[in-house]
Design a protein around this ligand. Structure first.
Ligand code: PXP
Length: 254
C-alpha cells in the first residue's frame, strides 16, 4: 500500500526491556514488530544502546531480515554504531545523544557543538543507509547545523511539549503548553525551509498526539512508551491501530 500520510514509527525497545527483566527469550521484538505492522505501523524503530540494555545486536539483525516495513535504527554517533549501521543497512538511522545513566533519551543532540563529528557520521552513513536524521531540541541553531552537516531529516524532541501538556491537563490556554507546541511548529517550518524532512517524537501518547500530528509538513512520528504501555491491556496490534487512527484523523492526510 502506498504511504501518503504521516508515517508512524513504532518504537519497540520496551518489548526487549521486558524480555531483559528475566534475561530470557520472551517477549520477542520480532514478533512485536509483526504485530505492530498488522496494526498499521509504517516503520519499526529500535534504539541499539551502547550498553545493550534492551535491544541487542541479534535483534537488529533479525529485524532487518524480518521487518516488512521500514527499519529505523536509533543510535549514538560512535564509531562502533556507525560500523554496525553500515553493515546492517537499515532504511533509516536517527542519531541520538546517549547517556549511560539516563532512563530514556533526555535531550536533543548538540549538533551545533559537534559539527565536524556529525558531518563525518552523516558522510559515513550516506549511501549505506536510507535517510539519516538528527534528534534535536526545537532550536534553530541545531537545525541550521543539521542542514550544514547534510542530515536528511530532523526529528524534533517533543518531550517538553508532552510534559507541558500533562502539567496543563491538555488546556491550550496554558502559556507553557501553547509555547512548547509553537516551538515544535516553528522548528518544523525551519526544517522544511532548510530542505530536510520534519519528524517528531518522544513522550507522545493517546492524549497529546493530535496537535503534533496536525502540524503542516510533518513526515514521521516515532512513538514507543505509550503504545507498548497500552498494549499491556489491549494487545500491540490494537494499540498501534488506535494510535494510527488518531494520527490519520489529526493529519487529515489518509
Ligand atoms: N524518538 C527518539 C529519538 C527516541 O529516543 C525515543 C525514545 O527511545 C522516541 C522517539 C520514542 O519516545 P517515547 O518512548 O517516549 O514514545
Amino acid at each position: 500500500m502506498p504511504q501518503h500520510g504521516v508515517i508512524l514509527g513504532v518504537n519497540i525497545d520496551h518489548v526487549a526491556t521486558l524480555r531483559q527483566a528475566r534475561r530470557g527469550h520472551e517477549p520477542d521484538p520480532v514478533r512485536a514488530a509483526h504485530e505492530a505492522e498488522l496494526g498499521g505501523a509504517d516503520c519499526i524503530t529500535v534504539h541499539l544502546r551502547e550498553d545493550r540494555r534492551h535491544i541487542n545486536d541479534r535483534d537488529v539483525d533479525r529485524l532487518r531480515v524480518a521487518c516488512n516495513v521500514r527499519l529505523n535504527l536509533e543510535m549514538a554517533a560512535t564509531d562502533e554504531m556507525v560500523e554496525i549501521a553500515r553493515e546492517l543497512r537499515p532504511h533509516a538511522v536517527a542519531i541520538v545523544p546517549e547517556g549511560r545513566d539516563e532512563v530514556t533519551t533526555e535531550g536533543g543532540l548538540d549538533v551545533a557543538g559537534q559539527r565536524d563529528r556529525m558531518a563525518a557520521v552523516v558522510a559515513a552513513l550516506s549511501g549505506r543507509v536510507g535517510t539519516v536524521s538528527a534528534f534535536i531540541d526545537a532550536d534553530e541553531r541545531h537545525i541550521a547545523a543539521a542542514g550544514a552537516c547534510g542530515f536528511h531529516a530532523c526529528e524534533v524532541h517533543t518531550g517538553p511539549y508532552a510534559g507541558a501538556f500533562h502539567a496543563a491537563g491538555g488546556d491550550f490556554r496554558n502559556a507553557e503548553l501553547a509555547t512548547t507546541q509553537t516551538l515544535v511548529a516553528q522548528a518544523g517550518r525551519l526544517i522544511l525551509e532548510s530542505g530536510m524532512r520534519f519528524n517528531a517524537g518522544h513522550g507522545l501518547n493517546y492524549h497529546n498526539v493530535r496537535p503534533i500530528a496536525a502540524l503542516p509538513g510533518l513526515s514521521e512520528l516515532h512513538i514507543g512508551h505509550s503504545i507498548v504501555s497500552r498494549a499491556v491491556y489491549t494487545g500491540l496490534r490494537a494499540a498501534v491501530s488506535e494510535m494510527r487512527a488518531q494520527i490519520d484523523q489529526a493529519s487529515g492526510r489518509r
